[in-house]
Write a protein that binds this ligand. Structure first.
Ligand code: HSE
Length: 372
């Protein structure tokens, strides 16, 4: 089977390297910027790919919204299936891509958008053959896990560790997408869409770890907890809710012990109960591996189908909990929780985020975590 790779950065090179050792799959074309094109496979002209009938699958690893959105639609429109690692574009246009694929007898394969090399999307789909997925949660960003883990274990500096994550190819082109939770937001939208069969709203609470300090880790550590950035969702009785937020988790939990850039994603199904998936969440070869697995699945006849017509209602009341705020002035309705921190109990993720927004107007460096 002949494929084309769009984008020859960290992930595109990983795909090319893995495919080189696989019989029956050939990289016929690689799209890159004109001054990066060397050798006969590379072209800066997408028309040479989308107009080539020999290319059955387009492997998009450019990232960003445009031109990825247009190129994916053109490939699907030409009846070519698309494998993508681009969570931003899938989160923004999942429904449009799924409809275009369906209308043209093509497929959209998105394993590499969430959890790097972990077979997370395929596992949700497999669980759903029997079960309703009632809940999911995950450490879905390697960069922030790498940062928190290094701060905790080595007393490392936030900025220095982020720079290292960039060198290792974990971080987004603009790493604020990692530390502000936007990358996890995109992965949460995709996970919820697949898990709950819903065109997941993009309007839900998202909080990152930009203001996390070693003192916060120590304060929560003294209560037997470890902070992780978590994307999660729940569906019940025709309703669903999702959020991205720092969580302070029991130190003995599997999540609390996820090291380096690894990810851990969990689903709960009606008959299977809890399932956890652990592995490398970012980087050239793990992400490339997930994409090549999609290519091989497609070659073997797998045809994922996405339908978001279930019509669940978004209900923030489904995600209620207790939140710790580290700030200079006690928030209304709070009780003390250690040095410079306060606990607000029994509020929704939405209300917690709104409270943080009001706090940062006077204390820009305030931090919030959901207590588990
Ligand atoms: N920046 C992302 C991460 C890359 O750190 O997890 C993989 O999606």
């Amino acid at each position: 089977m002949d494929i084309a790779i769009l984008g020859y950065g960290t992930v595109g090179r990983g795909v090319d390297q893995i495919v080189a050792d696989i019989d029956g799959i050939e990289v016929r074309r690689i799209l890159d910027l004109p001054d990066h094109c060397v050798g006969p496979r590379m072209t800066p002209d997408y028309a040479q790919i989308v107009g080539d009938p020999a290319i059955e699958v387009v492997v998009e690893c450019m990232g960003g919204l445009e031109p990825a959105h247009t190129f994916i639609l053109q490939a699907l429109g030409a009846g070519k299936s698309v494998v993508t690692s681009n969570k931003a574009v899938v989160a923004a246009f999942f429904d449009e891509f799924a409809r275009t694929a369906e209308a043209n007898g093509a497929c959209l394969l998105i394993e590499a958008t969430c959890g790097g090399g972990i077979p997370w999307i395929a596992s949700i789909e497999k669980a759903r053959r029997i079960d309703e997925v009632t809940r999911f949660s995950g450490i879905l960003n390697g960069t922030t896990n790498f940062i928190v883990d290094s701060m905790l274990k080595n007393g490392a500096d936030f900025a220095e560790t982020l720079a290292r994550a960039q060198e290792l190819g974990y971080a987004e082109a603009d790493p604020s997408a990692d530390i502000d939770g936007i990358d996890v937001k995109n992965k949460t939208i995709i996970s919820a869409s697949v898990a709950f069969d819903v065109a997941c709203t993009a309007e839900f609470p998202v909080t990152g770890i930009r203001s996390l300090t070693k003192a916060d880790l120590d304060l929560l550590g003294a209560t037997g907890r470890v902070v992780k950035l978590i994307g999660h969702g729940v569906a019940r009785d025709g309703r669903y809710a999702v959020a991205v937020e720092p969580m302070a988790l029991p130190a003995a939990s599997l999540e609390a012990n996820v090291p380096s850039n690894f990810n851990l994603a969990t689903l709960e199904g009606t008959t299977i109960g809890e399932l956890k998936f652990y592995g490398q969440g970012a980087g050239s070869l793990p992400t490339g591996n997930a994409m090549v697995q999609d290519v091989l699945d497609f070659a073997a006849g797998r045809r994922p189908h996405y339908d978001f017509s279930r019509g669940l209602t978004y209900d923030p009341a489904l995600l209620t909990g207790d939140y710790v705020f580290r700030t200079t002035t006690p928030p209304e309705g709070s009780e003390p929780f250690g040095e410079g921190a306060w606990l607000v109990s029994g509020i929704t993720a939405e209300a917690a985020r709104a409270l943080l927004d009001s706090i940062v107007t006077t204390d820009q460096n305030a931090f919030m975590a959901r207590l588990v």
